[in-house]
Ligand binder design. Structure first.
Ligand SMILES: [Zn+2]
Ligand SMILES: [Zn+2]
Length: 346
């Protein structure tokens, strides 16, 4: 109902506005009507709120990104430039009022890039949650968050190899198979500036059959690691939050800034394609394509819209504009883009 109401309001406002004159033929083709406008169950108020929060997220990441770029430029000019260019310009699909879809013209896809890490966390989180919910329809068990830790490591690579090897042995143990029906997980790194080493751990979402208490898990984990026994298991009450915990940033930007140059470079130069996820059992099919960076859409319903389509809110024709990072933040802040003029509307 409110969508229709908003639509009528917009249509009425447009009659009084001559800010964007249209050719007569265009005017007829894109007059809002229920036949030409794609139906979405999002009203204008929801759209504005989501747009505002998108703007806040990009604003929040901007100073962090600037700091990392500045530091990276000092140790590796080439990597610094790539990071600087990442998400510095955007293509936005808009009717002139509603910024519906946007995508950066270039993404570095580095794990330490605050923009790309956030995009990845959101995308992987959504994919994972959908797949886990699907599996849970047919497989019974308790969804738990299991965290496995290892002793601090001097190098990231060395620590990661050790943790991966330990987990490979752990999941082969009889006691693991007896309790865990499926698992999906991601590695996370933190850095301790006092001891100058990395703390690497594995967050797993597991589907637990039989109850498995923490001290037994700890004993089994010590068996395979030899020296590490700190584990944590807790039931996941909210699947969305649980998945988010696992799919979050692999490393906090604050940690990155506290590293001495050699450690900082080690993270920056980490091999592309270093495997960050593990999965098995009933969650074996929770496979994630980590190569594909998605658009930064506010609503997935807009993902199929393209130039020439009608705006779902006002019915105006959609077109692409190129904006810089600051403009991109600004137009989402308003939830509208009054100053953007269609390039080819002479
Ligand atoms: Zn990036
Ligand atoms: Zn519109």
């Amino acid at each position: 109902m409110s969508f229709l109401f908003d639509l009528m309001n917009i249509a009425a406002n447009q009659l009084n506005s001559n800010s964007k004159p249209l050719k007569e033929s265009e005017n007829i083709a894109f007059t809002p009507s229920l036949d030409t406008v794609q139906q979405v169950d999002i009203n204008e108020r929801e759209f504005r709120r989501a747009s505002q929060s998108k703007s806040e997220r990009w604003t929040l990441r901007t100073p962090t990104k600037r700091d990392i770029v500045a530091r990276l430029e000092r140790v590796s000019a080439e990597d610094g430039l790539r990071l600087k260019q990442c998400c510095s310009a955007f293509r936005v699909l808009t009717c002139g009022t509603h910024p519906l879809r946007s995508y950066p013209t270039f993404r570095c896809k580095k794990l330490f890039c605050p923009d790309c890490a956030a995009e990845r966390a959101t995308r992987l989180g959504n994919q994972t949650e959908a797949k886990i919910r699907e599996v849970m329809k047919t497989t019974k068990g308790r969804l738990c968050l299991l965290t496995l830790t290892t002793k601090n490591a001097a190098t990231l690579d060395g620590g990661l190899v050790k943790l991966k090897k330990s987990f490979a042995n752990f999941k082969r143990k009889k006691v693991f198979k007896e309790h865990i029906k499926g698992y999906f997980g991601a590695f996370e790194y933190t850095f301790n500036p006092k001891t100058n080493d990395f703390h690497i751990h594995l967050h797993l979402i597991v589907l637990r059959g039989k109850f498995w208490n923490q001290s037994d898990i700890s004993d089994a984990w010590r068996d395979v690691t030899g020296d590490s026994f700190i584990v944590d298991i807790r039931e996941i009450k909210n699947t969305h939050k649980g998945v988010k915990e696992v799919c979050k940033y692999p490393m906090k930007p604050a940690d990155l800034m506290e590293m001495p140059d050699d450690k900082f470079l080690e993270v920056v130069k980490m091999k592309k394609g270093t495997r960050m996820f593990v999965s098995g059992g009933c969650f074996y099919n929770v496979k994630l394509d980590d190569d594909d960076a998605a658009d930064d859409n506010i609503f997935s319903q807009f993902a199929d819209l393209t130039e020439g389509d009608a705006c779902p809110f006002c019915g105006d024709e959609l077109f692409d504009v190129l904006v810089n990072r600051q403009q991109h933040i600004g137009l989402h802040e308003l939830g509208s883009m009054p100053n953007v003029v269609k390039n080819n509307s002479s």
